[in-house]
Design a binder for this molecule. Structure first.
Ligand SMILES: [Zn+2]
Length: 280
């Protein structure tokens, strides 16, 4: 293919940020951090390797995902506990915050709600930054490992991909058929996963997670939440993620309750203010 004469000049045009986020509502991180420091653990859920488990967090509470036993990646889904139609929107979260999330950034819900569901308050892997390969931790660029892609690429029938784990766990938690639960499963926050895009080919890559036992990612629940976390069959995702080959470890989810009065001045976010209608 021949390049136009001004190809280099066109490539040299400086990029602009699609969604300048200076006008996003700013979470009161000092308030959240103080409330977290005095919060009390009220429950926990251990997610077994190659399985998923659901957990519930009321608005104003916290949940903490903890690495235990060994390096392990988790795939996280979030819903409004009272309305499963309001669920995490990975794509718009990526557009607003970038490819990977850390402290002070938020998981946003789908249209027409588009409001913060959860805010990251503490990230013990926040030091990692962006490595020389362009990799970073906790991405919103992958989707979730699933049996359909495995079948497409390798003809396999594997039932413990994160997509299936999340589906089974939600079906069990809500007492709904697997076929119904599957429709609620959505693109995830890849907790502890280290990923990026290759500069040469733009391909999605993963590498061994830098997470170690004791590391954790802490969230503030902005609305009543139903969460579901899968301990990915990829383990630390250093090699592959749709088989029983990788070493896998459990993940611990702790639920914490803020002290009385610790959230003075905070209130849950409203649904998005667009009036609807779409000009029709
Ligand atoms: Zn997975």
């Amino acid at each position: 293919m021949t390049e136009p004469a001004d190809a280099e000049a066109r490539r040299a045009v400086r990029p602009v940020i699609c969604y300048p986020n200076e006008t996003l509502p700013v979470p009161d991180m000092d308030l959240y951090r103080r409330a977290l420091a005095s919060a009390r653990k009220v429950g926990e859920v251990l997610v077994p390797p190659r399985e998923a488990r659901c957990f519930e967090v009321p608005a104003g509470g916290f949940f903490r995902i903890v690495s235990v036993e060994g390096p392990q990646v988790g795939d996280l889904n979030l819903w409004n506990r009272g309305d499963l139609a309001e669920r995490f929107y990975s794509g718009k979260t990526r557009a607003l915050h970038g490819t990977h999330l850390t402290e002070g950034e938020r998981m946003w819900s789908a249209f027409p709600y588009l409001r913060p569901m959860a805010t990251i308050v503490e990230d013990t892997l926040g030091w990692y930054g962006i490595d020389p390969f362009g990799g970073s931790v906790h991405d919103v660029i992958g989707t979730r490992c699933d049996p359909y892609t495995g079948n497409l690429l390798a003809g396999t029938q594997y039932h413990h991909c994160c997509h299936s784990n999340l589906t089974r766990a939600l079906a069990g938690h809500r007492g709904m058929p697997v076929s119904e639960a599957e429709g609620h499963v959505h693109d995830v926050l890849n907790v502890f996963m280290c990923t990026g895009f290759t500069r040469e080919t733009g391909q999605y890559f993963m590498k061994a997670s830098p997470v170690r036992p004791g590391d954790h990612l802490d969230f503030f629940a902005e609305i009543d939440l139903l969460g579901c976390l899968s301990a990915c069959p990829g383990g630390d995702c250093s090699a592959e993620h749709s088989s029983d080959v990788a070493a896998c470890h459990p993940l611990l989810v702790e639920i914490l309750e803020a002290e009385q009065g610790a959230l003075e001045g905070w209130r849950p976010p409203d649904r998005n203010g667009y009036i609807g209608g779409h000009g029709a």
